[in-house]
Design a protein around this ligand. Structure first.
Ligand code: AMP
Ligand code: MG
Length: 318
């Protein structure tokens, strides 16, 4: 059930039940991060493997300090600058964080999301919310309450409606292995923005302390159809005898029916493109063309995260 009843969401979470919550990145499947039954239910509803650690969400640095044992200076500068926002910090955890959250790692991922409704909800709770994206494991993340209800509507008691997600791509994850700032997942906060605050960072988004963590699995975010990335004009010739769906940055193509074309930002704005990406991928999945053709976006700002998601979607073996 989709609704805007904050008290209902709060009560369900206190009872250990799950609620889908809006954030500026994607909708999260939230449960009490200190309650093992709620955590088990998250893994079950998503069909997510236990080796994939969860991100804890809260609303203040004070609450963050209750679950992490150390915040390096660079992490603190990032938190000061970008929280609430689409930045997830991986930090050494305290013992009160269940192993189910961290998949047995000694670190925990944590974020203060930037969405007024969820911030209000989090401010009422004395526990953090574990909230992975509210979709079945390996599928495209949801950016509207309807995306959530399409796939998980009959498995969870409530979906808190906060409208469409403003950023539309998962958070950028950064950790500090050996005191070196390292990007574990490219996301809604650009690397340029991060480097402006703490200087150069390394990028290690295919493996990390837990090399199997599926946010980083090669095949992820996948629709059912075959996706190819490259020069759309050339690929259209190659697939002239197939039904083609197109996901482009700003160009449209006269040869292809309009309803099979998704132009993410006619005005060439990468932020707008990021916001529209998952909705377009879902729509194409439903239209089910024989092949989806897309292109590499400029390797700057949100373009890096968009290309990352497209590559993972294309890596699926159909
Ligand atoms: P999500 O599915 O959006 O909740 O993202 C969770 C992702 O965060 C996981 O798939 C990991 O890639 C990453 N993550 C969570 N906890 C950790 C951790 N302790 N160390 C490294 N990466 C983590
Ligand atoms: Mg996810």
């Amino acid at each position: 059930m989709i609704g805007k009843d904050l008290a209902k969401a709060e009560n369900l979470l206190r009872e250990g039940k799950l609620v889908a919550i809006p954030t500026e990145t994607v909708y999260g499947l939230a449960g009490n991060g200190f309650n093992e039954e709620a955590l088990l239910e998250i893994f079950k509803v998503k069909n997510r493997p236990f080796f994939d650690p969860l991100i804890l969400h809260t609303d203040s640095l004070d609450k963050v300090k209750q679950i992490v044992s150390d915040i390096p200076d660079q992490a603190l500068s990032l938190a000061d600058t970008f929280w609430p926002g689409s930045l997830t910090l991986v930090l050494p955890k305290k013992n009160n964080v269940p192993d189910l959250v961290s998949s047995g790692l000694t670190t925990v991922a944590i974020r203060i999301p930037n969405h007024p409704i969820s911030l209000k909800l989090l401010s009422k709770l004395e526990f953090p919310l574990a909230a992975p994206s509210a979709n079945p494991f390996g599928y495209i993340s949801p950016t509207t309450p309807f995306h959530v209800s399409d796939q998980l509507g009959d498995k969870i008691p409530y979906i808190l409606d906060g409208g469409n997600c403003n950023i539309g791509i998962e958070s950028t994850i950064i950790g500090f292995p050996n005191n070196k700032p390292t990007i574990f997942r490219k996301g809604g906060l650009s690397i340029e923005q991060i480097e402006n605050v703490i200087g150069p960072v390394s990028i290690n988004s295919n493996s990390n302390s837990n090399p199997d963590a599926p946010g980083m699995l090669k095949k992820h975010y996948s629709p059912r159809n075959r996706i190819e990335i490259g020069d759309i004009d050339l690929m259209m010739k190659k697939y002239h005898n197939k039904t083609i769906g197109i996901l482009s940055f700003f160009k449209s193509y006269d040869q292809i029916p309009k309803d099979l074309q998704f132009v993410l930002s006619p005005k060439m704005d990468l932020n707008e493109a990021g916001k529209n990406l998952f909705t377009a991928l879902r729509a194409l999945d439903q239209l089910n063309p024989e092949v989806i053709l897309t292109e590499y976006f400029p390797e700057e700002g949100l373009g890096l995260a968009i290309n990352d998601r497209l590559k993972r979607a294309a890596a699926a073996d159909h």
